[in-house]
Design a protein around this ligand. Structure first.
Ligand SMILES: [Zn+2]
Length: 173
């Protein structure tokens, strides 16, 4: 049984109670993410991030936030510059207020509370920002009719270079 989301959580209290929560966070409220990903298109304002998480202690006895999030973002296709609906689903596991020494020993990152409190919206937004693919493209390589023409221009200019064949091999990878 999981409780409904709140915005802020008192870390020590939730760890003691093994607090478990689930709910939705509106994408439109994630302003920093909104600067990377444009979700202001009509019909996208009511989209959510579905999240569930719990407070536990890890093997170093450090408060740890363990959770899962799921949403979809409209990224810009690098080929045709039109939106591409990209499903995002990821697990996260973050220590809270771990010392540098513990962070070095652990495989987990830490987040830092604000005087013992964390804001789950900030945490979810940070996780999404880290996970956004740097380059998004439609699966259909013909989504931009002009693309092959643009692409063939540099090839013509490197023909005189005897190493161009090698370069082409490298760039194909
Ligand atoms: Zn495209």
């Amino acid at each position: 049984m999981r409780d409904k989301l709140r915005k802020r959580y008192q870390v020590q209290k939730e760890v003691t109670q093994n607090g478990r929560f689930e709910g939705n966070i509106a994408l439109s409220g994630l302003k920093r993410l909104g600067e990377l990903v444009h979700f202001e298109e009509p019909g996208s304002t009511d989209r959510n991030v579905a999240v569930s998480f719990e407070f536990v202690r890890n093997e170093f006895d450090i408060p740890t936030l363990v959770g899962h999030l799921q949403t979809s973002l409209d990224l810009e296709c690098q080929r045709c510059l039109k939106p591409i609906r990209t499903p995002m689903e990821l697990d996260f596991r973050l220590m809270i207020d771990a010392s540098d020494e513990i962070v070095r020993q652990s495989s987990l990152d830490t987040l830092y509370s604000d005087d013992g409190y964390i804001d789950i919206t900030e945490v979810i937004e940070d996780e999404l920002i880290l996970a956004v693919p740097l380059v998004a493209m439609h699966e259909d390589a013909a989504c931009n009719e002009d693309w092959p023409i643009k692409d063939s221009q540099p090839e013509a200019t490197v023909k005189e270079n005897p190493f161009s064949v090698l370069q082409q091999l490298k760039t194909k990878d």
